[in-house]
Ligand binder design. Structure first.
Ligand code: PEP
Ligand code: MN
Length: 356
């Protein structure tokens, strides 16, 4: 079982570095700039060497060459270095170059064969491995990947929460579904969970709020994509920030030392608010479906030359709705107000149809 006490640093820990290693100069200069920030919690430098890109013909990483740059970062700055592995060959090469920490990307976590292959390649080592959540909001697959690693004897295994693919309509690139991280925490209380606000946010101006949220629900660290020249980055350019911005961002975060009542309260509140948001959306969708039916009725009434308002129907409708509402513990006045307003809108709409 992963245990927070077994790690060589205090939590929450900070990880920074570019999405991808692009050139020796970019890697070395970014690492030096990050080191120069002199932030005690910032102990780990990240850079992707093999990049799992969604579409072909985009930059797919610099490959093995980049591993020697990471070794150099380690000896020059004293920062620990981390990179992503997606198969046993990557593991073998990363170990050969003395990489300190490995992470498994979201796309790889989604595939049990690949995770097992990585776990088998790591068997007999005790390198820390960070497991990103799978692309879809599937807690069992995330836990399964973590277990594949602990089952080969790794004791330093942590999770990275980087958000989930969604169908659109939200501000973020990946949906944080905070509840999923909270559920993982309750199921595996000793497992450190690091948040990757860069891949959740997708846009640099949204990163700070995601970081704060992660700390508020007591996650154990942040991995923030940092690049000397984000606008010209070869991958994820919109979500990377400069080392200078990173310093400001970290200085403005409030770190809680322990799981206080507040953090728990904030997580609970967030879950409840998410339920309210979903119900409100459903209410609006229902009202819109209702409106469409009201329109159809209006057209029929027009054909048959019937008035928009039928008092008896209105009385009947109201009585039936109020009876049901009372049974469900809602007050008569409350439901009457709502249905007066819904009915008035229906009459208005049908009157308009009649006039056409
Ligand atoms: C990354 O960290 O650059 C990366 C590819 O992340 P993810 O697997 O979360 O998409
Ligand atoms: Mn990235």
């Amino acid at each position: 079982m992963p245990n927070k006490e077994k790690w060589p640093w205090a939590w929450p820990v900070l990880i920074a570095g570019p999405c991808s290693a692009e050139s020796r100069n970019q890697v070395m200069e970014t690492a030096k700039a990050i080191k120069a920030l002199n932030i005690p919690r910032l102990k780990i430098f990240r850079a992707g060497i093999w990049k799992p890109r969604t579409r072909p013909n985009t930059f797919e990483g610099i490959g093995v060459e980049g591993l020697s740059w990471l070794s150099e970062v380690k000896s020059e700055t004293g920062l620990l270095v981390a990179t992503e592995v997606a198969n046993s060959k990557h593991v073998e090469q990363a170990l050969k170059y003395g990489i300190d920490i490995l992470w498994i990307g979201a796309r790889t976590t989604s595939g049990p064969f690949a995770v097992q292959e990585i776990a088998d390649a790591l068997s007999g080592t005790n390198i820390p491995v960070l497991v990103k959540n799978p692309v879809g909001p599937d807690l069992a697959t995330w836990i399964g990947a973590i277990e594949r690693l602990t089952h080969v004897g790794l004791t330093q295994v942590a999770a990275i929460h980087r958000g989930f693919t969604h169908l659109g309509g939200i501000t973020y690139r990946n949906d944080p579904v905070w509840k999923m991280a909270i559920d993982l925490k309750s199921k595996m209380p000793d497992l450190p969970i690091i948040c990757d606000p860069s891949h959740i946010a997708g846009k640099r101006n949204l990163i700070a709020q995601v970081c704060q949220k992660a700390l508020d629900i007591d996650l154990d660290g942040l991995m923030i994509e940092t690049h000397l020249d984000p606008d010209h980055a070869l991958s994820d350019s919109e979500q990377q920030i400069t080392p200078h911005t990173l310093k400001d961002l970290i200085n403005n975060l409030s770190f809680k030392k322990e799981l206080g009542g507040d953090a728990h309260f904030s997580a609970e509140l967030d879950q409840l608010r998410a339920q309210i948001d979903r119900l409100d959306r459903e209410l609006i969708e229902c009202l819109s479906m209702r409106q469409k039916i009201v329109e159809k009725i209006g057209q029929q009434k027009k054909l048959k030359n019937i008035t928009a308002l039928q008092k008896s129907r209105m009385m009947e409708l109201m009585k039936e709705r109020i009876d049901l509402a009372k049974k469900l513990g809602l007050s008569e006045e409350y439901i009457e107000d709502i249905f007066q307003s819904i009915h008035a809108e229906s009459v208005r709409l049908q009157t308009e149809i009649m006039k056409k």
